[in-house]
Design a protein around this ligand. Structure first.
Ligand SMILES: NC(=O)c1ccc[n+]([C@@H]2O[C@H](COP(=O)([O-])OP(=O)(O)OC[C@H]3O[C@@H](n4cnc5c(N)ncnc54)[C@H](OP(=O)(O)O)[C@@H]3O)[C@@H](O)[C@H]2O)c1
Length: 322
């Protein structure tokens, strides 16, 4: 399979690239933006700004993929709210460009999306539950989902949620903690391993409950969507369990053999993030994996299993599971 992966140097994208190329032997091409991976990454790259529609069309034509996985995002809430035009073009515009390019190549388009298309009062939302985003990121993702599904001949949406795991190309995370679950387990493990305490944010105005996933397992589900010609529509790429932030933190301590007494609870640090409190964040974004189970014949792992695999990936430097 020939896979064109956008955002392949990002956190989730680096897992998609690794699972597709190393585990499944796909030939992977990534447009890269500001960060260029060092050495021989195991996939081909080219400098490309995905906002440049002409360059995108030429690049996809040249690579001639079987599948396009679109995981690139403008990962900057402040920039999104300040420059709405840039935000729209980055999310919806790039999806529209890639839908056209995918059709010309007769490729399937898979858009990586998020549990934040739901409003936080829809616990257990499944793949058919109508989204109701409460902030600009969720709106842009919902609009991108519709664009992918309605514009491309063959399209799928892969919603990932509360993602933990390895970033295979970079050592540090962009944030220690935010209003979502991203980076939370990594930050807890890094702090406690260094002998430092960690204060888990708990408040009514942040994402308190979600369905955690492991980035490499999300990538595996995305591979199955790519490999199955009949797999189109919406899929939920997350684990089988829904947990609260502190419950996840405690489970991480158990699985990584860390001292749970080093955990504390605190209010979000609005000064550090500049985000919490500035826009609405969905409270409970737990997901159901109903259609994904049926269509892909897939059984999502529980949260302990996903954390155990993350521990293995951290210690071995290689993919775990499957
Ligand atoms: N992380 C999570 O917890 C989480 C949760 C739910 C959903 N998701 C979804 O997962 C996907 C990936 O998120 P992530 O956290 O992995 O993001 P990330 O680490 O911030 O990666 C974003 C990627 O997009 C690239 N990019 C940004 N602007 C670009 C442009 N104009 N042209 C080309 N490339 C550009 C970045 O390259 P440069 O760095 O070089 O600019 C980077 O490779 C997104 O669709 C997101 O909505 C993530």
């Amino acid at each position: 399979m020939r896979a064109y992966v956008t955002g392949g140097t990002g956190f989730v994208g680096s897992n998609i690239v690794k699972v597709f190329s190393e585990r499944h032997g796909a030939t992977v091409h990534c447009p890269v933006h500001r960060f260029v991976p060092a050495g021989t990454p195991g996939f081909s790259t080219e400098r490309l700004d995905l906002l440049d529609d002409g360059a995108v069309q030429a690049s996809v034509d040249e690579f001639d993929p079987d599948v396009i996985v679109h995981s690139m995002i403008l990962n900057d809430f402040a920039a999104m709210y300040t420059d709405r035009d840039l935000a729209w073009r980055s999310y919806v515009g790039t999806t529209e460009s890639l839908a056209r390019a995918a059709d010309r190549a007769e490729a399937k388009l898979i858009l990586v999306s998020t549990d934040w298309v739901f409003d936080g009062t829809q616990p257990g939302a499944d793949e058919d539950t109508p989204p109701n985003p409460v902030n600009l990121y969720g709106v842009l993702k919902m609009a991108s989902e519709r664009t992918a599904l309605l514009s491309a001949e063959r399209a799928a949406v892969a919603r990932v949620s509360a993602v933990s795991g390895m970033h295979w190309l970079r050592d540090s995370t962009p944030r220690v903690q935010d209003g979502g679950f991203g980076y939370l387990v990594t930050s807890i493990v890094e702090a406690l391993e260094a002998g430092e305490a960690f204060a888990v944010w708990e408040a009514d105005n942040i994402n308190m409950v979600a369905s955690p996933s492991l980035a490499s397992e999300c990538a595996e589900v995305i591979w199955r969507i790519a490999a199955d010609a009949s797999a189109t529509g919406v899929f939920h790429c997350c684990g089988a369990d829904s947990v609260g932030r502190m419950e996840l933190a405690r489970l991480a301590c158990e699985v990584f053999d860390l001292d749970v007494a080093m955990l504390a609870s605190t209010a979000p640090d609005t000064g550090a993030t500049g985000a919490v409190g500035e826009f609405p964040i969905p409270y409970d974004t737990s997901l159901a994996v109903r259609r994904t189970r049926e269509v892909l014949n897939y059984e999502p792992p529980g949260v302990r299993e996903l954390l155990a695999r993350f521990r293995t990936e951290r210690s071995t430097g290689d993919l775990a599971g499957r």
